[in-house]
Design a binder for this molecule. Sequence first.
Ligand SMILES: C[S@@+](CC[C@H](N)C(=O)[O-])C[C@H]1O[C@@H](n2cnc3c(N)ncnc32)[C@H](O)[C@@H]1O
Length: 490
Amino acid sequence: MDPVYQVLTDKLKQLKVSGIVINPWLAVHSSKCFTPHVLEFLRIEADNLAGLILSDAQKMQYFNYLPNPANFPKAALCETFMSTAVFIAHEKTGDLFVDEDIAREAILRVIGYCNTHGISNLLHLYQITTIYDNLNALVYYNGIPEQIFISGDWHRPWAKHFLNDDLKMGVFTGLMEVVDQNGERCVQITPKGTENLQLIRQMLEAAGYFAERMSLQHISQFNRLEEYEKLAEEIFPEFMQLRKRLIDFTGIRAGMKVLELGSGTGLLTFEAGLADRIGLNGKLVCIDPSAKMINRARAKLEAEEKNWVELGVGVAEELPFEDDRFDAVIGCAFLHFTNRETALREMRRVTRSGGIIGSFHPLACAFNSFPFFSEWFARIFELASKRREQPKNFLFGPEECLASFTETGLIKIEHQEPFSPMVFRDPDKVIKHIIHGLGLYQEELANLPWKAREEIMNGLKERGISICRKYSEEERIIYQPVQFIKGIVP
Ligand SMILES: C[S@@+](CC[C@H](N)C(=O)[O-])C[C@H]1O[C@@H](n2cnc3c(N)ncnc32)[C@H](O)[C@@H]1O
């Protein structure tokens, strides 16, 4: 990679470590996130910070060539405050609502970053991600009418300002042009813009930006899946049996110290009997990144008074536990949402020698070989074929997981790959579960401009209604391969 891009990639990684989010997807429904009072507070603080920290020399360094960048730093800071605040709210409460304390915490985080790394760095990175969103949308729509581009409605609805400066910068730097199309002014990408888009995409990819966007999507989807339990049961009628089978398969016994990952609302923990199997002489610690799902599990814990169970928010890739602490680390239907290698390394680290690591998860399946499915999800398959790729999903094959277990250094690995029915009945629930619960096609969707993504999701629901009329219920059952796998820490 070009050294300039390497430096930017490293800076993007740094931003993530500092807990700053300029990826604003969570803030898209800003009326639900902010009261007018808090929004005004963030705006004023952004104006102050832009005025205070950005010296004339810095302005010259970054914007001297631009016709009118006056509002750019304020807009960039305000947007960064907003998305960081929503991210913090989401992390802490599972909701997206930002109160004054959270707003203040976001401002302090951003100021802290600017003090250490410089405000110009932040602005530069903001600029790169917004250039990506702008150019990516221009390619997808093959040009956007000028007024719509400026409103940001199709591709950056979270922005609280008009995108005039973006357009000016884009035209000035030769990445965009405004052309007359059937009497209407239309913003188009230029060949230079197309070249830049490719480079920026590579860089964002290397910095893990898209992965972060997708992981934020997942967690927010799980936060929003109020009816997750009912959905899961309706679509995978055997899910509860499979959870119980995981407990037997991994050989969890009374008195063990166990860590459960991706515990969600506690279906494995409570309903399937993991907590009862371990019993009051043991210890069960459960973590999940979705604060909302953990809150639902907490209500069950309070009702059941199982004081050997502990719940907390966290991801499998960064376990907040010392080495060798557990006798077993297991989880149900979570591994496909993680960076598998990192998660397994962490799972091994916190498990004592001789301890067990186990997982149950759905496996990749040729869904498009089922006529009803390929017809229903044709739009996603079309998108993939435009990019000359197979649609991507997070599910992996049995061998891939086996290889990861082996590479993690686990021994005595055992695995089973049965099939389990997946029933496609109610289109609304199916879409929620396929896209949100199972996490299929996230990569296809994450690459789309905001409006296109929304339209495709709605289109899939509508299409589902006619598919359910056309195909019998029998024809709409897929026997999905699933995997039970366990290994021992040497
Ligand atoms: C399909 S649900 C399974 C929930 C529960 N284990 C069950 O059996 O119903 C997947 C869970 O994985 C969680 N998850 C997503 N990303 C994760 C990560 N990086 N580490 C751990 N869990 C994650 C989600 O928040 C969600 O609760």
